[in-house]
Design a binder for this molecule. Structure first.
Ligand SMILES: C[S@@+](CC[C@H](N)C(=O)[O-])C[C@H]1O[C@@H](n2cnc3c(N)ncnc32)[C@H](O)[C@@H]1O
Length: 176
């Protein structure tokens, strides 16, 4: 596959994700019912939980105290979904965009969750607060190679590329 076509398809997939998140949260901000973004999270968006099931990670999850999603976006539904399922863990989202972080914090403030949003670039962040039993999930929209390099350099935490992995936008491209 030509690399230009590949890059374009990946870029389009990323933009589609941003547009769909923005569309959903705008609706709730306008209606003044931001809390519904927590109350009703689509199961099809439980990306961290899906990754845990796909990779059979439940025993690791039992031990983990901290869960980090790298690339948590303006609406960190995967983390909110995890809090609903396992409220005994501490949840963190790492997001490069400052404006996305602000929106995410506004949503989190309307929920009973403990999700902490960190504004940083995944390629430069110091992951040393995450230990050997903690779990780091890398959103499929974040360049995983550079992120993994930095995780390994700065911490002992375990990491996984998060569902829906690379497949969705790749399938979209191949089916055209
Ligand atoms: C589809 S999204 C968010 C995932 C989604 N909200 C969830 O809960 O599963 C991926 C996010 O990764 C962020 N991102 C991309 N590159 C990054 C990097 N190098 N460091 C931190 N965040 C990054 C983007 O800004 C985008 O908001």
């Amino acid at each position: 596959m030509k690399s230009e076509k590949y890059t374009k398809a990946r870029g389009q997939w990323k933009q589609d994700q941003i547009d769909s998140e923005l569309h959903r949260i705008k609706k709730h901000f306008e209606r003044g019912d931001i809390e519904n973004l927590y109350r009703y999270i689509y199961v099809r968006h439980s990306w961290i939980y899906k990754t845990i099931l796909d990779h059979k990670l439940k025993s690791k999850l039992k031990i983990a105290k901290k869960i980090l999603l790298v690339g948590s976006g303006m609406y960190p539904y995967s983390l909110l979904d995890m809090y609903k399922r396992f409220p005994d863990k501490s949840y963190y989202g790492l997001e490069i965009s400052e404006s996305f972080c602000k929106l995410a914090r506004k949503i989190i403030d309307k929920t009973p969750t403990n999700v902490k949003i960190i504004n940083a670039d995944a390629f430069e962040f110091d992951y040393s607060d995450f230990g050997i039993d903690d779990m780091i999930f890398i959103s499929c929209d974040v360049e995983s190679e550079k992120t993994i390099e930095q995780i390994v350099k700065t911490s002992e935490a375990q990491f996984w590329v998060c569902a829906p992995y690379e497949k969705v936008w790749m399938f979209n491209l191949l089916s055209k």
